[in-house]
Design a protein. Structure first.
Length: 206
């Protein structure tokens, strides 16, 4: 997937589009990342773990450990939390322009940092249905750990590969797991929004 990377005072951003992928599939993926994390980026991802698992219908507060090695050659454990919109600064939520979204907070590189009040930064992924599948936009925004344009490009190369791979595996993986009706093992949350920017709210999650 070809992407055009943009960098501004807030952070790094790129737009994307996928054929044959639906918004519901992406909503499902966030709740079930362990089922497809190594498929998401086979060259750089290792097996994902959930120190705090998401709950069916409510992903927020869940924390995953996402071990990976980026293009700079540095292996790291990334402890990442699914964020409630109300816990994210309004000027960061201003980037929300699509119909579905997930905001995740990078907490740190060690288990001890899982409970830090101030994240290193945020990753915002958002998407809407299109005639052929979905269109979306992803953003990397540093807070406690500032990120310059060079760091943003490293992230964008990694994230662009992840999102492009959704087109390859996600429709099949989603279809396979429809047979698992136990929501403890196959949870789902509808990540659709009403409103835009700092006024956005999740339609189906309290």
């Amino acid at each position: 997937m070809d992407i055009k990377v943009e960098h501004d005072a807030l952070g790094t951003h790129f737009n994307w589009e996928l054929d044959g992928v639906t918004p519901r599939m992406i909503d499902w993926f966030w709740m079930n990342m362990e089922k497809g994390f190594m498929l998401w980026h086979p060259e750089q991802h290792e097996a994902l773990e959930w120190p705090v698992r998401p709950k069916h219908g409510d992903p927020f507060g869940a924390i995953h450990n996402a071990p990976q090695t980026w293009d700079d050659g540095r292996r790291q454990n990334l402890y990442i939390r699914f964020e409630r919109l109300a816990d994210v600064a309004p000027h960061i939520r201003d980037v929300l322009v699509h119909d579905h979204a997930m905001i995740v907070a990078g907490l740190g590189l060690t288990e001890e940092e899982m409970h830090k009040a101030d994240p290193m930064g945020y990753r915002i992924h958002q998407w809407s249905a299109s005639d052929r599948g979905v269109v979306g936009r992803s953003s990397a925004i540093g807070t406690r750990k500032k990120e310059d344009e060079a760091m943003g490009k490293i992230w964008a190369a990694h994230a662009g590969q992840e999102i492009g791979n959704w087109e390859v595996f996600l429709p099949q993986l989603y279809q396979l797991y429809r047979v698992v009706t136990d929501t403890r093992r196959n949870p789902y949350a509808d990540l659709s929004l009403e409103g835009r920017g700092r006024d956005a709210r999740y339609k189906h999650i309290g």
